[in-house]
Design a protein around this ligand. Structure first.
Ligand code: FE
Length: 199
């Protein structure tokens, strides 16, 4: 027998990101949405050969397979959300330092240009999806993915992500996605996590 996937714990307390992301939002987003992806994936793979695999293996093996879309969506959403929680920390935001700052300057021209480009990508993503900062062979790039899609099915290495599904911000910011994006960049983004992923 194999262990079912478990809902990963948050890296901070429920109210740690208040007022930018409230404990109420976290209770729904982690406690209901993220949890539902876990229970749905477990139900879908129980008793199948996929129950023996890692989350990353499941995501990569089901990507692009229309007959496995449900499994892919739930597995990728588990991975994306865990990565998103780690992409934020209390007292985060602002400019990175060190190697990350140098790579941002080299790739975008300046931190200000990076911020403008990231904000614009997050703002113009139509519908549900994710905005990512990725390392594509030494050059940093901003990538949009739709619905559950995730960069780990490709070659670029994700550094940080922002969930721009409405469930991520509607309780705290209603329809004001720009406010949520600004809060993420100015107060929440965890550059330590990005630097660790940069390696
Ligand atoms: Fe979400």
């Amino acid at each position: 027998t194999t262990m079912a996937f478990a809902l990963p714990s948050l890296p901070w307390s429920d109210d740690a990101l208040d007022p930018y992301i409230s404990a109420n939002t976290i209770s729904f987003h982690h406690g209901k949405h993220h949890a539902a992806y876990v229970s749905k994936l477990n139900a879908a793979i129980e008793g199948t050969p996929m129950a023996e695999k890692s989350l990353e293996e499941i995501i990569k093996e089901t990507a692009g397979d229309a007959s496995k879309k449900g499994v892919f969506n739930n597995a990728a959403q588990i991975w994306n959300h865990t990565f998103f929680w780690n992409s934020m920390k209390p007292g985060g935001g602002g400019e990175p330092t060190g190697d990350l700052k140098a790579k941002i300057d080299a790739s975008f021209g300046s931190y200000a240009k990076f911020k403008e480009e990231f904000s614009n990508a997050a703002l113009t993503l139509f519908g549900s999806g994710w905005t990512w900062l990725v390392d594509n062979g030494g050059k940093l790039e901003i990538v949009q993915t739709f619905n559950a899609d995730t960069p780990i099915t490709g070659n670029a290495k994700p550094l940080v992500t922002l969930d721009v599904w409405e469930h991520a911000y509607y309780i705290d910011h209603q329809n004001r996605r720009p406010d949520f994006i600004a809060a993420f960049l100015d107060h929440l983004i965890n550059w330590d996590f990005a630097a660790k992923n940069l390696g």
